[in-house]
Design a protein around this ligand. Structure first.
Ligand code: ZN
Length: 273
């Protein structure tokens, strides 16, 4: 039995499984600002003027209100609400996930990766895309090893999701039988008051992957671990059920279980903006 990753710790800001709590102060400020909005006719004209000429991505949500924003990139599959699933973060009763109208940019640091890592990553990404309707965008490879401060970026643009391998000497969270870590950080609430993840990371144990790569039957498990961590990345938490890939330990699952699929479909069906 191999532990896939630890439960997301709380109160810490630098672990990939942890999702930063949304600042209530920011939400309250937004609500108060909305309450100050003037008569509806004047407001509508002002919004239309703003969204027609503002090029910034932060206006996408406002543009969508008047039918000008980017559309949903894929459709979440219609699956039965079966099995067991849980979400890492909920805000106002809604799970937090990525905006389905924006691609999830990602890059890979291949240092320490097993041979054949491009196929491994592509297959797990495709599994999550099919199960959610979300779309990923490959930003190529990188030498970046900062798995824990993914929000820091030039000009306020979130860094891409980072996928990579490390050993326990670089990251103590990979000590023992932990095979990987995964998680994302939410951004500030959108103009519509919605909270989405904006970036995140998946860190895999290079020693565990080296051992699995040497085993004839190791490919399925390598795939399963990475897909499990991508499940965390897009918003799923652990469930204690050996039929689900989001079980805390890998126990021979051959891909997504019914609850994994139901939870991923809900994350992919979240509203945009
Ligand atoms: Zn996990």
């Amino acid at each position: 039995m191999k532990a896939l990753s630890r439960s997301p710790p709380t109160g810490l800001d630098h672990r990939p499984c942890h999702t930063r709590p949304v600042s209530p102060t920011a939400r309250d400020r937004r609500r108060r600002a909305l309450e100050r909005v003037g008569p509806i006719v004047v407001t509508l004209v002002a919004v239309l003027g703003l969204v027609a000429f503002a090029p910034g991505a932060e206006f996408d949500a406002a543009r969508r209100l008047v039918g000008l924003g980017p559309g949903r990139l894929g459709a979440a599959p219609d699956v039965p609400d079966a099995g067991r699933y849980a979400f890492l973060t909920e805000v106002n009763g809604q799970p937090v996930g990525y905006d389905p109208c924006r691609p999830i940019r990602y890059e890979v640091n291949p240092a320490g990766a097993p041979d054949g890592w491009p196929d491994l990553v592509a297959r797990s990404i495709a599994t999550i895309e099919q199960a959610t309707g979300l779309r990923f965008e490959d930003d190529g490879t990188t030498t970046d090893r900062d798995f824990f401060q993914r929000r820091t970026a030039a000009l306020g643009r979130p860094l891409p999701v980072l996928i990579g391998w490390a050993d326990a000497s670089e990251n103590r969270d990979l000590d023992g039988d932990v095979a990987g870590l995964g998680g994302s950080s939410p951004g500030e609430p959108s103009p519509l008051g919605r909270v989405h993840y904006v970036t995140g990371s998946v860190l895999l144990d290079q020693d565990a992957y080296a051992r699995l790569a040497a085993r004839p039957d190791g490919a399925v498990e390598m795939q399963g671990i990475l897909t499990h961590e991508l499940g965390h990345l897009v918003g799923l938490d652990h469930v204690e059920d050996p039929r689900e890939l989001m079980n805390p330990s890998y126990v021979g699952q051959r891909g997504l279980g019914p609850g994994d699929r139901a939870g991923l479909a809900r994350l992919g069906a979240l509203p945009c903006g």
